[in-house]
Ligand binder design. Structure first.
Ligand code: DOR
Ligand code: ZN
Length: 345
């Protein structure tokens, strides 16, 4: 196959930040994606409907001229989330999901949830109105090894919540393990999982062998090769449980290249070329549309996009190494392989 036309893809997990960073990174997403679920972990986080509406306006103002990109807003769940405010925001179609960060799990998660019993009423209300919960699925218990935090979260936190509130729609965000992929597949139609581009490409050796590579450090951290292979199998299977959420998370190089650098891989620029390469390697180009364009809308109860995107195979594509922003450069994820799939509309 040398050319592939798919429905226009969506990104079901995206960090756009704000101000200068927003302005610089937004075109990288709007070039290929029609919609994206926008993460609310700004400083301070987006916790109220009014804050989500303002943030949505800032995103729309930063959009390149002529773009029809739609930001799908989320609220950041705290132990003080106001149920009435949340329900009203969902009813008017302002928010499409709520994000659960265990406190301390990742970037700007300090306002997240410490005691899960304190958010039970909010989760019950979300189940009633069919509003999905997007979960950063890692425990923060210092006793638990960082490479085990996803599997332990499923047992200790996620499974008990889902048994307690079976009607709650849950997205396991950026799964990184075979355990996560298996749990998502077996969880019925109220459970889905996003998979990032970078977790299909790197394992933990890429971060640590031959010198430390801060640009491959993200959370949840990449795991062993067997887990990467399980994620590739899941993403390319066509199973409706799995869909694309890039978790494209821009940080300036100055903030990545530190003794204690930030977590995040910036993949908005080359995600579609990388995915085409990965799906081709797996002999599954015919499943790319399901993963990037069909399974996500089906889970969120939205129509697939009418417009299309065409990928054409040719000479290696030249992507920029970095995006310039007024805050400083942001390095684009390096997949360490030539990419042959060119994207056009
Ligand atoms: O690597 C990550 N970066 N993981 C997250 O969960 C948050 C994200 C960010 O906001 O930078
Ligand atoms: Zn994220």
């Amino acid at each position: 196959m040398t050319s592939l036309t798919i429905r226009r893809p969506d990104d079901w997990h995206l960090h756009l930040r704000d101000c200068a960073m927003l302005k610089a990174v937004l075109p990288e997403t709007t070039r290929h994606f029609a919609r994206a679920i926008i993460m609310p972990n700004l400083v301070p986080p987006i916790v109220t409907a009014a804050e989500a509406a303002d943030y949505r306006d800032r995103i729309l103002s930063a959009k390149p001229r002529g773009s029809k990109f739609q930001p799908l807003m989320t609220l950041y769940l705290t132990e003080d989330t106001d149920v009435r405010d949340l329900r009203a925001a969902a009813e008017i179609g302002l928010i499409h999901a709520v994000k659960l960060y265990p406190a301390g799990a990742t970037t700007n998660s300090s306002s997240g949830v410490r005691d899960f019993t304190k958010v039970k009423r909010v989760l019950e209300n979300m189940a009633q109105i069919g509003l999905p919960l997007c979960v950063h699925g890692e425990v923060t218990d210092p006793e638990i090894d960082i490479f085990d935090r996803e599997a332990v979260f499923i047992d200790r936190v996620l499974d008990p919540i889902r048994r307690d509130i079976p009607d709650l729609k849950v997205v396991m965000e950026h799964i990184t393990t075979k355990d996560g992929a298996d749990y998502a597949r077996e969880g019925g139609d109220k459970l889905g999982a996003t998979i990032t581009t970078h977790h299909l490409v790197i394992n933990r050796n890429h971060i640590l062998v031959g010198g430390i590579k801060p640009h491959y450090y993200c959370l949840p951290v990449a795991k062993r090769e067997e887990h990467r292979l399980a994620l590739r199998k899941a993403a390319t299977s066509g199973d409706p449980s799995y869909f694309l959420g890039t978790d494209s998370a821009p940080h300036t190089d100055a903030n990545k290249l530190l003794p204690c650098g930030c977590a995040g891989c910036f993949t908005a620029t080359n995600t579609m070329s990388i995915l085409a390469e990965v799906f081709e390697q797996e002999g599954a180009l015919n499943q790319l549309e399901r993963f990037a364009s069909l399974n996500g809308p089906a889970f969120y109860g939205l129509p697939a996009n009418d417009e299309t995107l065409t990928l054409t195979k040719g000479d290696p594509v030249a992507h920029p190494d970095r995006i310039e922003t007024d805050d400083g450069p942001v390095t684009v994820f390096d997949p360490q392989m030539p990419l042959h799939w060119h994207v056009s509309e």
